[in-house]
Ligand binder design. Structure first.
Ligand code: B12
Ligand code: SF4
Length: 579
């Protein structure tokens, strides 16, 4: 379950004057269970935090609650109901009030009016029904974030800190104006008190928080601020903690990356970078300022540093981004070779500029959340579902890193581009109904093999060797179940095992130290004949024609597979001598 940061701010701001109890559910919980639970609490006021992902389920809950507890005042807040407010008052007659945008001051003010004189017209940022007529009060001035009480220290949260992602905010607002994004609407960026931020971070780490995700729209707008925070996090990190950030890559200053590459321990930070499109015309149309050259420099320098995992986001369906242009966007981004590439589809969020000008690009989209697009003037629904087929295989094969070497080879030597591989395989995957079932690691290999055979892929032997390399590398024990064609008979395996036992020094000095018997070899190793020099390929990405015996040893203590290759030539010679 995700924690909802908004609830914690509202509670922190309203207490101690008002008693606020938080209740969290998932969208999978049956509505009746949520209703029963809330009913038992007998609240005077019931507030709901509304987002694109929970609004429909929330409406069902509200409709039931109002029937059984009509005296409970229902108030909504959150980004989903902060725009098109008249629509929401109309669509949800059982909701009595809506607070628009930032909620802390308005919510507390509302509570005091509700429990007192009920002068709702005085509550800035409140939408309500005055004598049955929808009324939207003027907006509220922005909160001075430096004065806000900490939302991270509630007793009831402490034992959950180590189990959940902790969302953490150090600033609000974004200076950019991307027309598809809600954060573009608020002008300016406000910061929380940096000392309080640091104290809260220490507090949550000391209480077990392991994954801390900063929800700041772009963490690195101010160079000095980003540097100070990165330095603080490096110096004060606790074992096992990971920090995730949303970064704007093209404005990342080289000295900040240099600092991170030098000082950040590997695995401490993870960057999420929205690339969305690499087509400049598309970006212009959505008022997204992005310099792809600078973005490339940042991503590649971070990658070369090898310390920080990067997750790059793309959006399919932006204005004038047709199928061919999206293919190019995907390939441009995939070429970075970063850890994760995520493909999303444009959503016409309420309140965004793009939703207001949707007709210009002939957008059709879902009436209900998540308002995903179904087509526009340059992208048909057929093309959208085609691109959707890329998603599943991209997630399972690339983002989960099940077979990096195989994919690298396929993308560079077999398919015209990465996108073409994922598209063609995704089409096959879908046609087989595989998107609707679960997959063990073995299945993923067997399915890829089936797909490649089906399309008559060349270089079959090379690909299968790389698949085996990837597969064996991901196992912790000698695998038994096989999806591959054995390259050695039982007798040949026995002969090689005997030879290895007699000549471990020819495998490697390190291997010799283990002093393995033939029985150990049978139990803990896998042998495979590879028609090219595998080590050479892994180092140079070049295939030569020197066959090797590949030996994978599953160390019974570390459970880490150790890879060795022995030129076949050498083994034959040795065998001849010893026979
Ligand atoms: C964390 C996060 C997520 C998390 C969800 C975590 C969770 N369950 O809490 C994850 C990663 C899962 C996520 C996913 C998505 N997200 Co998101 N996400 C955010 C993010 C970065 C932070 C939310 C947050 O905690 N903010 C801090 C709090 C304090 O601000 P707040 O939520 O706005 O709350 C304030 C007010 O709204 C109000 N308020 C809120 N609730 C209530 C309740 C009451 C009663 C009152 C009075 C007031 C009130 O007061 C609060 C304090 O001022 C926001 C962007 C942002 N920085 O806000 C986007 C954001 C919420 N996400 C958004 C979107 C579009 C998505 C996705 C659809 C993206 C996609 N993949 O296409 C997915 C949906 C996933 C799904 N399951 O369908 C949009 C939301 C649009 C909407 N109408 O809801 C946002 C605003 C991003 C944007 N700029 O467009 N997201
Ligand atoms: S997409 Fe990112 S940069 Fe653009 S407005 Fe939204 S948060 Fe800001």
């Amino acid at each position: 379950m995700h924690t909802c940061l908004a609830l914690r701010y509202l509670k922190a701001y309203s207490e101690p004057d008002f008693q606020v109890e938080m209740a969290e559910y998932t969208i999978k919980d049956p509505a009746i269970n949520i209703v029963s639970d809330l009913y038992m609490k007998k609240p005077d006021v019931l507030g709901f935090s509304c987002y694109i992902w929970n609004i429909e389920e929330t409406i069902k809950v509200i409709e039931m609650i109002k029937k059984i507890s009509p005296e409970t005042a229902i108030i909504l807040g959150g980004p989903e109901v902060s725009y098109d407010v008249a629509h929401w008052l109309d669509r949800i007659p059982d909701a009595d009030f809506i607070i628009v945008n930032e909620g802390e001051i308005s919510f507390k003010h509302f509570l005091s009016e509700h429990s007192g004189e009920k002068r709702y017209e005085k509550v800035a940022g409140l939408a309500w029904r005055k004598e049955g007529k929808p009324t939207i009060n003027p907006p509220r001035e922005k909160l001075d974030l430096k004065t806000v009480a900490s939302p991270y220290r509630f007793q009831e949260d402490l034992d959950q800190l180590s189990k959940r992602v902790t969302y953490f905010e150090t600033s609000r607002g974004c200076p950019y104006s991307c027309a598809f994004c809600l954060s573009s609407i608020e002008v300016g960026v406000r910061y929380f008190d940096i000392q309080k931020v640091k104290d809260d971070l220490i507090f949550i780490m000391d209480n077990g928080a392991k994954t801390i995700k900063f929800v700041d729209r772009t963490f690195n707008i101010k160079r000095d601020y980003a540097l100070e925070m990165f330095q603080f996090l490096i110096e004060n990190r606790r074992p096992g903690v990971v920090f995730q950030f949303e970064i704007t890559a093209d404005i990342m200053r080289p000295e900040v990356i240099a600092y991170l590459n030098e000082n950040a321990p590997a695995g401490l930070f993870r960057f999420e970078i929205g690339v969305q499109s690499t087509n400049d015309h598309v970006n212009e149309l959505v008022q997204r300022r992005q310099n792809f050259e600078k973005l490339t420099r940042t991503v590649m320098t971070v990658k070369e540093g090898g310390k920080i995992a990067q997750h790059l986001d793309l959006i399919a369906g932006l204005p004038e981004e047709d199928y061919a242009s999206f293919r190019k966007t995907f390939n441009d981004v995939f070429a970075f070779g970063v850890e994760e590439v995520q493909l999303g589809f444009l959503k016409m969020l309420r309140g965004t500029g793009l939703r207001l000008t949707a007709d210009r690009h002939e957008y059709v989209y879902m009436n209900h959340s998540p308002y995903e697009i179904l087509g526009n003037n340059v992208l048909s629904f057929d093309e959208i579902i085609k691109i959707k087929r890329v998603e599943d295989v991209l997630e399972k094969y690339w983002n989960d890193h099940r077979m990096d070497e195989t994919l690298h080879y396929l993308i560079h030597h077999v398919f015209e581009s990465p996108f073409d591989f994922f598209q063609e395989y995704g089409d096959y995957w879908e046609s087989k109904g595989w998107s609707r079932i679960g997959h063990q690691l073995e299945d993923l290999f067997a399915r890829l093999k089936e797909f490649l055979q089906h399309r008559g892929t060349v270089h079959e032997e090379v690909i299968e060797s790389l698949m085996k390399y990837d597969y064996f590398s991901r196992k912790k024990h000698r695998p038994h179940r096989s999806w591959w064609k054995e390259t050695l008979s039982k007798t040949e395996t026995d002969q090689y095992n005997r030879w290895i036992k007699n000549h471990p020094e020819l495998v490697s000095e390190e291997f010799e130290v283990y002093g393995l018997s033939e029985k150990d070899l049978v139990k803990h190793t896998v042998l495979d004949l590879v028609p090219f020099d595998l080590q050479h390929y892994l180092q140079t990405r070049e295939i030569n024609e020197n066959p090797v015996l590949s030996l994978i040893y599953y160390h019974p203590k570390t459970h880490e597979p150790e890879h060795y290759t022995i030129p076949l030539e050498r083994i034959m010679l040795e065998e001849q001598h010893s026979v």
